[in-house]
Design a protein around this ligand. Structure first.
Ligand SMILES: Nc1ncnc2c1ncn2[C@@H]1O[C@H](COP(=O)(O)OP(=O)(O)OP(=O)(O)O)[C@@H](O)[C@H]1O
Ligand SMILES: [Mg+2]
Length: 483
């Protein structure tokens, strides 16, 4: 059965109201009945316990025409006994047979012999009545010289019954009003509870279909409010994850395209030079030598790209191992300077080295740190016009060592400053290629520095120059095991 929550709610409320009314009804009618019964017996007992009445009755029983006398006396008490000749009557019965002699009811002959009458025939007072019976009665034996009699009062419970009928009508009316209220209440409940759930369902369907545009409004702090908030958070996170996935998929495609392109260029030139060498046997030795040089350079270039890619993929796979040891950072800076100063001079650059403070030994992978420094210097050499100024500076501060390479070269446009650390990113592809760059140097450097718990900072102004700085904690990254 596929009932909506709203229908279920209405049915539950209806069941609650109907059962509540039924319980109230049963208790009320029972209460009314037992109240009447108690009242009746209290009233009877009060009247018949009067000594005066007992004496009067005894005197009457001794007289001639005793039944009529007794009837007179009882009639005198009819107000106190509640006798109305309608629902409640008195009877004077024969004490031996229970036969009707006289009474307030027009026709008393059809009178049933009730258990109380039987008790009175036996000479005792009959004051007990079955609550389930359709009547309540009292039978009192009175004997005198003219015989024995029974004073019998019987109420047919019609008053109680009519009160109960009235109560029943009221309960039915209350039930109808209650049902109307309950339906209205259900509508209100539906608005406050079910409407947000329906909104959630719609939004969830949209999210399932990949549409994240809708954010659910949330005004309440109750369970449904929390659910809505959680749903919004979940949808937001899902959207971010999907965005990330799309971005990384896009990056992967770009990366593959870049790799293919970078490798195809040297392969094409190697192939065309080799073909020319193979086909043309008349080539002069000098040209042949030049061609061979190009072939060697291009294959070196390919080897470098492949080597760099391998390094990066090892970083990605987390399979690269670092050899952490304590070494002199100052010496590394000096070594890199010495190794590159000749190259810088060949481009007529004015290249100076400066130490600002004493530099402590640091914990790190010496070869890889030097690889970072080397790339920083070689970039400065490559991207500065011949005859430029280059400065390599190093120092230590607050538990960190730093080294920066400043040049007055071509600089990097503002919008590219953050991108130069991306794989294969080069500001000017043609220019970088000319100088042998593949755009992998800084991305590798960034990975190496990150694994040392350090950071890289790059400031640059297009046409003015660049300053790149590496910072490294002298105690290595936090998770390293120290020798
Ligand atoms: N000092 C600098 N001055 C101007 N541009 C720079 C400088 N350093 C880096 N760049 C720019 O950043 C890009 C990326 O540098 P990166 O070191 O990653 O690659 P590359 O030097 O081109 O190639 P590789 O280092 O792999 O041989 C360079 O292509 C260049 O455009
Ligand atoms: Mg480089």
């Amino acid at each position: 059965m596929n009932r909506s929550l709203y229908t279920k709610l209405v049915i539950i409320i209806l069941i609650i109201i109907i059962s509540l009314m039924a319980v109230v009804g049963v208790f009320l009618t029972r209460g009314v009945r037992s109240f009447y019964l108690n009242e009746f017996y209290n009233q009877m007992q009060e009247v018949f316990s009067s000594r005066q009445l007992a004496d009067d009755l005894r005197v009457a029983a001794n007289s001639e025409n005793a039944a009529a006398h007794m009837a007179d006396i009882i009639r005198g008490y009819s107000g106190k006994l509640g006798i109305d000749s309608g629902t409640r009557n008195y009877y004077i019965l024969d004490g031996g047979s229970g036969a009707y002699l006289t009474g307030s009811a027009a026709e008393g002959n059809g009178l049933e012999i009730t258990p109380n009458i039987v008790t009175a025939i036996g000479g005792k007072e009959g004051y007990v009545s079955d609550p389930g019976a359709a009547y309540m009665d009292v039978a009192l034996p009175v004997s005198g010289e003219s015989g024995s009699y029974i004073i019998y009062i019987m109420d047919n419970k019609e008053t109680a019954q009519s009160l109960n009928d009235q109560l029943f009508r009221i309960i039915i009316q209350a039930l109808v009003v209650g049902l109307i209220i309950s339906v209205l209440l259900s509508l209100l409940l539906a608005k406050t509870m079910i409407a947000p759930i329906q909104d959630l369902t719609m939004a969830a369907k949209k999210v399932a279909g990949g549409d994240f545009s809708e954010k659910l409004e949330n005004h309440s702090k109750d369970e449904i409010g929390i659910l809505t908030q959680t749903f919004n958070d979940m949808a937001g996170r899902l959207e971010d994850t999907l965005d990330d996935l799309t971005k990384s998929e896009q990056m992967r495609r770009e990366f593959v395209a870049n790799v293919s392109h970078e490798l195809r260029t040297p392969i094409t030139s190697i192939r065309s030079y080799a073909e020319t060498l193979g086909e043309d046997t008349e080539i002069p030795d000098v040209t042949r030598q030049k061609f061979l040089e190009v072939i060697l350079n291009e294959s070196d270039r390919m080897a470098k790209i492949v080597q760099d890619l391998l390094t990066l993929s090892r970083f990605d796979a987390g399979s690269i191992s670092f050899v952490f040891e304590r070494f002199s950072f100052e010496k590394s800076v000096r070594d890199v300077y010495n190794a590159t100063v000749m190259e810088a001079q060949s481009h007529k650059h004015d290249f100076v080295l400066e130490f600002r403070t004493p530099i402590p030994d640091i914990l790190g992978d010496r070869a890889r740190i030097e690889q970072v420094l080397l790339n920083m210097v070689s970039n400065a050499v490559k991207y500065t016009k011949d005859g430029g100024k280059m400065r390599m500076t190093a120092g230590a501060k607050n538990g960190e060592v730093w080294c920066s390479v400043r040049d007055n070269g071509i600089g990097i446009p503002k919008e590219d400053v953050t991108k130069v650390f991306d794989r294969f990113y080069r500001v000017d592809k043609a220019r970088s290629r000319e100088s042998g760059g593949t755009g992998l140097g800084l991305s590798i450097a960034k990975e190496i520095v990150a694994r040392h718990g350090g950071r890289m900072e790059l400031e640059s102004r297009e046409g003015k120059g660049t300053n790149i700085t590496v910072w490294l904690p002298s105690e290595g990254p936090e998770d390293v095991c120290r020798p």
